[in-house]
Design a protein around this ligand. Structure first.
Ligand code: AHR
Length: 305
């Protein structure tokens, strides 16, 4: 589904709106909802943009189709958050051949040829995984903890990088990863996978979920099994969206590494510069914080998303 502003309006007489086609991953998580809102709230006619927005429902073929339709429309800029890392070469070549600049947001593509996009704006997912793992080691090393991992979407940059960062950080500790499966970044699948783990293993001490939503699903599964999340089974997640932060404040999650979803303003700035022919940075790293229970209680009242 593709929606578009009516366009044609001008910020000031004589200014042309920048037409931008944005292909979003989907609506799989609270993080994604906040990210979509940031993009739609920023790329408005008042700010000089004519936004065409499409939701790929977590399917790469839908994203490729959306990008091809933006190329056919001849938009000024294409932006997307790639659902998986690989397989983008041909469609990015098509955009390049049509002289349409591409800006990646949130997730990276795996390509040797960095002339296929102008800039990549987003968090350092390896670092997020490392920060989560370092905290786990600080708190739990020496306890002989058995850990399960709820991975994000298979083949996606955040799932690959967070897994790697966490594994590096816990290497050398006595935390043992006894299982790791994808919950596709959704609450429903996080719950299902956790139910399976609870049936399969007698002892689980720690869950590392690649996002808050899967962690929240795991909480439901743990409570349904008669245990207390955050106490009987510790939980570490990534994102720091409101529902996750509330669970952290309530003691059901033990630690959260933030992934900042508010990428709209950076995207607007980079798109304006690219259209004006100005130079832009190839990689713009978004800074992330970390939260324990006390920090969550403090941050919640003013949390934007
Ligand atoms: O790419 C960012 C990840 O995608 C977020 O951590 C997750 O919640 C979302 O679905």
């Amino acid at each position: 589904e593709t929606t578009s502003d009516d366009g044609g309006e001008t910020e000031e007489a004589g200014d042309e709106l920048i037409s931008i086609g944005f292909s979003q991953v989907g609506a799989e998580s609270g993080w994604r909802a906040a990210n979509t809102k940031s993009i739609q709230d920023t790329l408005t006619a008042d700010n000089g943009f004519d936004l065409s927005f499409s939701d790929a429902q977590q399917k790469q073929e839908n994203q490729i189709q959306a990008i091809r339709s933006y190329i056919a429309q001849g938009v000024d800029v294409i932006s997307f958050s790639p659902v998986v890392e690989t397989g983008w070469g041909p469609v990015l070549e098509e955009a390049k051949a049509a002289d349409i600049p591409v800006i990646l947001t949130d997730r990276a593509v795996d390509t040797e040829d960095d002339t296929l996009y102008e800039s990549f704006i987003g968090s350092d997912f390896v670092l997020e995984g490392e920060m989560a793992g370092e905290w786990a080691v600080e708190q739990y090393d020496g306890e002989g903890y058995q850990m399960v991992e709820l991975q994000g979407t298979t083949g996606s940059a955040p799932a690959i990088d967070r897994k790697e960062g966490f594994a590096d950080a816990i290497a050398g500790s006595d935390i043992e990863v006894i299982d790791s499966q994808t919950g596709n970044f959704t609450r429903t699948e996080g719950k299902q996978v956790m139910e399976g783990f609870l049936q399969k293993y007698d002892e689980i001490d720690l869950v590392f979920a690649h996002n808050d939503d899967m962690g929240l699903g795991a909480i439901e599964a743990i409570e349904a099994a008669g245990m207390t999340p955050g106490e009987d089974i510790k939980i570490i997640t990534i994102d720091a969206v409101k529902d996750g932060m509330q669970a952290l404040a309530d003691g059901k999650i033990n630690y959260i590494v933030e992934c900042n979803p508010l990428l709209g303003p950076d995207l607007a700035e980079v798109a304006q510069k690219v259209v004006a022919g100005e130079e832009v940075e190839k990689r713009i790293v978004v800074e992330d914080k970390t939260f324990d229970q006390e920090a969550a209680v403090e941050a919640l009242p003013s949390r934007e998303y």
